[in-house]
Design a protein around this ligand. Sequence first.
Ligand code: ITT
Length: 187
Amino acid sequence: MTVVIATSNPGKVREFSRLLEPAGFTVKTPEECGVTGAPEEDGDTFLANARIKARAAAAATGLAALADDSGLCVDALDGEPGVRSARFAEPGKRTQTLLRRMEGQNNRKARFVTAAVLAYPGGREITAEGVCEGEIALAPSGTNGFGYDPVFFLPELGRTMAELLPEEKNAVSHRARALRALLEKLP
Ligand code: ITT
């Protein structure tokens, strides 16, 4: 089965490909299918935004399309940046902005959340969610992964998400958990 990964984020493509290709899927990016531009993510929830991206790519390519919408929910910030994770601050300043907002906070508990949607061109869809619990580190560390990974500390592993190897992130991440749950629902 060929699946289009409906994202403009190369980190997500890498993570999904690593999980899907060994399971026998052929993975394509929207660009490889001649599709450029992304739909507006104006949903109020991770699921709504994942659905917008997956449906748009399935319609544009005529192929099954997988999208995820993810974000970091921080308890001390009442769940922020959450569904606004990509708009929280300018690209390149998000982790710094988050650390500044967390200054003096003792409660560092946070979780990454992913809603994943596999949309078929005919309208059928399969959805799943994945969560990864952790803490906001005091300072960034690590160069792997992307986004907020350098400031997301996993107490059980004693490392930030950006200090994990790609296969280690895929063993515990919100995205991998959502994808595994989704694949279990495939007919
Ligand atoms: P697409 O919408 O094109 O898929 P995006 O990067 O905008 O790409 P999201 O809206 O899902 O994707 O991401 C919201 C923000 O959360 C964005 O700043 C990401 O960098 C960050 N994020 C998502 N998944 C992450 C992960 O696994 N590790 C660290 N940060 C992540």
